[in-house]
Design a protein around this ligand. Sequence first.
Ligand code: ZN
Length: 283
Amino acid sequence: MAGDFETILYEPDGAVATVTMNRPDMANAQDSRLIDELDAALDLADADDAIRVVILAGAGKHFSSGHDLKAIVGGEGADPWVALRETPEGKFQHEKTMYFDRCMRIHDFRKPTIAAVQGSCVAAGLMLAAMCDLIVAADDAVFSNPVLRLTGAGVELLVEPWEIGIRKAKEFLFTGDTIDAQEAWRLGLVNRVVPRAELTRRTRELADRIALVPPVTAQVVKDTLNHTGTLMGKRDALKYHFMAHHWVHNTATALDALAARKAKGSMKEVIAERDAGRPRPQP
Ligand code: ZN
């Protein structure tokens, strides 16, 4: 059964359901509707006993450019959370509900999941892909998380140490440098790299193989592997970072940068001024 969605496609086919973020003109930036619809699509996949594996994909050139910042801080969106974000309490509630809990729901989803990643996979795009059990990357996939320079303390879930190791995570986050598909494979961030034109087919082939495992077995082993991560401290570390991330959100440094962005309409200019050491007029 297909849902009635605006920002995603839900396509159950045999034992595999494909959920495709479908805002290609926005590089699949994630606004609240898209996040809600992803969650609803997982409800469908969870309830459908025929579905054994879920593929998470992005339509168009890019997997996802991350949070749809225009919807949240651009001051022009009708995103229902914008008003709530005016207070630290509301901001926390928004990010806990829409980012942390929704991501962990994917991480903990009982059926195996595979992300099919092409083009840019930025910040919260990487956070989302990392929630899946496996990642298949197209050879044009590029991973980045440049938000530290923008003042943000990573995104809400700091997945990098678990995906690429702590030392590489430090370099990746401090520099904002990109990781291409081959490097991502070498670091263990992705399982396979395939030609861009074959991404859909090759991801589906992998899903079909996983679907041969009896569901109860696949689900129990997934749970054990996730629990191993929990015992290694993954869940606690993610929660710790989420709280720290919010502390930074509410610092004078971050609030000032946000106010400057609203005044200028672009973070680029704000950062350029800061890099040049030029004093900014106070907003
Ligand atoms: Zn945040």
